[in-house]
Design a protein around this ligand. Sequence first.
Ligand code: T1G
Length: 695
Amino acid sequence: MNPVTTRVSDGIAVITIDNPPVNALGHAVRQGLARAVADFAGDETARIAVLCGAGRLFLGGADISEFGKPLADPSLPAVIDAIETCAKPIIAAIHGAALGGGLEVALGCHYRIAMPGTKLGLPETTLGILPGAGGTQRTPRLVGLDIAADMIVGAKPISAADALSAGLIDRLGQGTDPEAEAVDYARTLLSDGAAPRPTRDMPAPKGDIATHRAKAEAKYPGQIAQVTALDAIAAGMTMSFDDGIAEERRLFQTLMQTPQRAGLIHAFFAERAVAKLPEIAGVEPRHISRIGVIGGGTMGAGIATSALLAGLIVTLIERDATSADAARATITRNLDGAVKRGKLDGARRDTALESLATVTDIDALSDADIVVEAVFESMDVKREVFARLDAVAKPGAVLATNTSYLDVNKIAQATARPSDVIGLHFFSPAHIMKLLEVVVADATAPDVTATAFALAKRLGKTPVRAGVCDGFIGNRILSQYRAAADHMVLDGASPYDVDRALRDFGFAMGPYQVSDLAGLDIGFATRERKAATAHPRDRRPTFADALYHAGRLGQKTGSGYYDYSESRQGMPDPAVDAIVASARSGTTRDFTDEEIVRRYMAAMVNEAARVVDEGIALRPLDVDVVFLQGYGFPRYRGGPMHWADAYGLDRILADIAEFARTDDHFWQPAPLLTRLVEEGRSFADLNKTRREDHA
Ligand code: T1G
């Protein structure tokens, strides 16, 4: 079925692209659009054309699923060329979103009208590429170098109103009916005798591209798409339009071959795949409109804020009126922050607060559809709360715990309805972080899992299914690669070297900076909790204990691994070197940055392979999403499992064998890793088979 159709009446051709779900510009659409434009050009009864997208948005861009395969003609630039050089005017009728190639098609049109609420953007650099269908040449001609560079490098969509004031569009619609309003606009243009207005004929942009390059290098260290996009824009400042287009195409093709493009596209699809859990396909979620939260600390208040932002009615329980008021104050601050960041308007902030009750009587939860417990991380405390919840909550209510590592099965057993119990591990700050580990316990009913996934979507979160174990997916794997780092420090590496090496690898922060942020008391409590079952091969980082006992708990006390007295960033502290040195025993040695990264990543991938093999994570891509969204893993590397495939699973095995000679932490390669290498398979292969197994 041709996804592009044309209807002509009163001299106006309405060309409609209908390719659900996002009108991606795949091969069939490009063919259909090229044909429609040619037919329009040759149709004497049509004097002007309006280009529309069917459904909820105009055009969602090139078809990302075609990347990595040979692109079939006509290419998108060729189709846009045909639009722009058409002898009769063509109007883009934009609604919902015009993104990437979708906006580039609109820029090839001669006039543009957009509806209120439309997102117009060039997000290509978030996929490791650049606008490769004229965006780097036409956008600067329309809006000037600075706005164009910010749009392309920052990859953030702009509103229709901002697009109008920048000159990206010509008219702002009312939003009632995009096609009808565009047809009216066409009539006006016809009566004004408007002619085609090729953007290519506009003067080349001028300005200071060097400043944009310096900003991009500082903001996106290690990434190539942003600076390469600026190269394409720069070409358009000195070359002819056609030469600029050719240079853009050359640079685009170059980026298409890079591992960064592969990593970012993997991340894009993985974040969508995790939300499609095979085991709940076709399972009806329970209705959710009222949510209860027990505990108004940082996590509870964050969860309540997230629910209010999603339009849910929230009842938060605290132990006394003072704590309940403090929780309301925290939530109010969170909402005010959202208003300040432009994520929320004042009216919606007020409505949200009207939907919030902060009380002390747990009976107030009797009409909640779901209750999320966020009290102190103690099994006894949680079991006591769930026993009380069991007596209060209505039949069919979902009872969720926000624990970050405790056994959800044991918590469920504190109730007479274990099938209604599930884990919802939010990441702090809960109203900002998108990641949500959905911990499915042994007795959890499928429709409870489906309800958790539906709630995640409602909250704008990315749900990843996790099985029950200490630390679920993220924190369990974290404990292992953190131990690898600690062992290197015990053996001679400076915490500052470890942090720097991992920042250079692409992590937002190194592990010791993370400790200072989270608080060294958290790490100390975890070590104490695990001490009874710790294995002799996992040597205790006594330097961390020493820092804790010295009251150096991190940012919150002004010093931890770093000294924060002079700067928020924190400075290395000679006192810490001394504390670390005194905690060492035996011989020490130097570690190169390269070895630091190899040890850290070998430990991460090895434990992740165990987590997948045990079914705690459904597929390797689920681990990737957890680390991209919750642990600062560099997005352009696609996540630990995608990175491991590119690095080579055989090399990981060889690294583990090498390190095992000097560090018992690497005592055993994960059986799954060994099996995949023996079978010549990759984690990507496992993603496919696991998807089929569970389909
Ligand atoms: N290509 C292929 N599939 C796409 C797609 C795309 N561009 N965009 C979305 N999908 C799929 C997605 O995988 C999911 O599939 C379904 O559509 C719904 O998506 C030449 C080369 C448009 C704002 O980067 O930002 O143009 O999981 O859940 O929340 O310069 O999709 O259902 O099977 O995200 O309503 C540039 C990417 C491409 C836009 C809609 N364009 N997409 O959000 O739905 S590169 C983009 C989005 C390019 C040119 C270059 C969002 C959306 P499934 P969804 P949504």
